[in-house]
Write a protein that binds this ligand. Structure first.
Ligand SMILES: C[S@@+](CC[C@H](N)C(=O)[O-])C[C@H]1O[C@@H](n2cnc3c(N)ncnc32)[C@H](O)[C@@H]1O
Length: 361
């Protein structure tokens, strides 16, 4: 049992714009590192359920929730690792009695991780750390990295990328590091590629990255800043849950979030018809067979209210609406493409927004 994602590596902006959550909504969100579920909580939905089949992820989100609830802002950002802190152990001892038995057991066994700040511990987050510590310095010096991050327009980014950044070492080492072999072993799991038929995924990631570094404004891209420097220089422009202006709102609401440790398909079976109106499904369809996707969607149709919305990302496995569900689920393609083209997490194959007609209201 380990944490794979200690932060969410999916831009909350397209998610928030596409789901347009209101206080009338009952929202379902894949937990992952919790960050995007906290962003959804800021919209004050009637109910918010964060689900993950990995108990380690649930322990992480639970600890973040208790830290929001009990600490003040400065202690919170220090405790989780967004800022330096010398008293993480002491802060943990304050939070520990309020954790569930499962989360307490997990964190007691992972004391070392607490020490370093819990937002840096996921396998995928550490993959980026390996990139920034061992690969990037072989390609560019700190000044070059700072210049790219400091570009103030996409024209400037594009010029710098073409003239300086995109050298032979970048092209060669990037393709090795972000190839299926190392990504599968160091960042994810080889089994994550079970349904991927694309041969050269490194080339695909290279194309997405070229687009992201030249067409998506970098000065407001905290994801790229973290990947290249390991920190967020301006927390007020980072993940919504890290922003001081949102902290008191989250503190007041976080107790309402429900945490579920189960696979989505199993949990949906326990829900009443018409009980959900918005879904954030991360990129979980990437790891399902066509049949599993279809049966999960059938169940989602049953639990969805009329005109519910579903947002999800894909990587290398495109997910069109299954033909058996045409008419009941509608792909909002132009809205999806527009949101995808501006995403600060440009390392995905698509961002998709679907409207679910639902069976009850
Ligand atoms: C799909 S992964 C993707 C991570 C993502 N790209 C990010 O940036 O955070 C997110 C989470 O989904 C969980 N997950 C995957 N499939 C699931 C399923 N069928 N039901 C519930 N959780 C699932 C994983 O355990 C993981 O913590």
């Amino acid at each position: 049992m380990r944490i794979y994602y200690s932060q969410c590596w999916e831009d909350p902006k397209p998610l928030m714009q596409s789901l347009a959550v209101t206080p009338e909504d009952d929202v379902f969100s894949i937990a992952s590192g919790g960050d995007n579920t906290f962003a959804l909580l800021l919209k004050n939905p009637r109910s918010l359920t964060a689900i993950d089949r990995n108990p380690a992820q649930i322990s992480l989100v639970e600890l973040k929730m208790r830290a929001i609830e009990l600490l003040d802002y400065d202690d919170f950002i220090g405790f989780i690792g967004a800022r330096p802190s010398k008293n993480r152990e002491q802060l943990y001892s304050h939070l520990r009695p309020l954790l569930s038995q499962g989360a307490r057991g997990f964190w007691d066994m992972n004391f070392e991780t607490l020490h370093k700040g819990i937002i840096h511990c996921g396998k995928f987050d550490r993959y980026f750390k390996i990139f920034r510590q061992f690969v990037l310095p072989l390609i560019h010096n700190r000044k070059t990295v700072t210049t790219l991050l400091g570009a103030t327009s996409t024209e400037e980014q594009e010029h710098f990328y073409n003239q300086t950044w995109n050298n032979r070492r970048w092209q060669g080492l990037f393709r090795i590091f972000f190839g299926k072999f190392l990504l599968g072993r160091l960042g994810k799991n080889p089994s994550n590629f079970r349904y991927v038929t694309l041969e050269n995924i490194a080339e695909e990631i290279m194309n997405w990255t070229r687009y992201g570094l030249t067409k998506v404004p970098i000065h407001e891209n905290y994801f790229v800043e973290y990947i290249m420097t390991g920190r967020y220089s301006n927390l007020d422009a980072a993940h919504p849950y890290l922003q001081a202006a949102n902290f008191l709102i989250l503190k007041e609401r976080v107790g309402r979030m429900q945490l579920v440790c189960e696979s989505l398909a199993d949990y949906l079976k326990s829900l009443k018809s018409g009980s959900v109106s918005k879904f954030n499904l991360s990129d979980i369809f990437e790891y399902m067979s066509d049949e599993e996707v279809e049966s999960t969607l059938q169940e989602m149709l049953r639990v969805s209210r009329h005109d519910s919305r579903l947002a999800f990302w894909t990587l290398f496995v495109p997910r069109p609406v299954p033909s058996s569900l045409n008419g009941q689920i509608i792909h909002l393609s132009s809205e999806s493409e527009k949101l995808y083209s501006n995403a600060r997490t440009f390392f995905y194959g698509s961002f998709d927004l679907w409207k679910i007609k639902g069976r009850s209201s």
